[in-house]
Design a protein around this ligand. Structure first.
Ligand SMILES: [Zn+2]
Length: 116
């Protein structure tokens, strides 16, 4: 038996060296908090993906459009979230948000494409 500090309530308790919590109650409330944080993180990324998707749909009504970076940013576009990446043999990288893709062109322009 060793004296440990509970990860949840910070109180010392006696137990095996691999025990992290003083009680089931503390173990449960600690794990619930961790689950809640990851749920919030997922919800937040989903929200940003949905907003990006909406922006691409609105800007790319024809299925193939050129837009400026400023235009994307002013629609709160977030370049950090996407669902997949497609690299062409020519070395170009398309980023996709579901079926809406974008490719960085020269001079701060982007080509928007929609997958059929
Ligand atoms: Zn505790």
């Amino acid at each position: 038996m060793e004296i440990q500090k509970c990860l949840e309530c910070q109180e010392p308790f006696k137990g095996r060296i691999d025990k992290k919590f003083c009680s089931d109650y503390c173990r449960n409330s600690f794990n619930n908090k961790v689950n809640k944080e990851s749920k919030n993180m997922i919800r937040n990324v989903n929200y940003r993906l949905r907003r990006n998707y909406k922006t691409l749909c609105e800007l790319n009504k024809t299925g193939k459009t050129k837009v400026t970076r400023v235009k994307l940013i002013s629609s709160n576009f977030d370049f950090n979230v996407f669902t997949s990446i497609y690299k062409t043999k020519a070395g170009k990288t398309y980023f996709y948000v579901y079926d809406q893709g974008y490719l960085e062109l020269e001079n701060d322009y982007y080509l928007l494409v929609k997958n059929e």
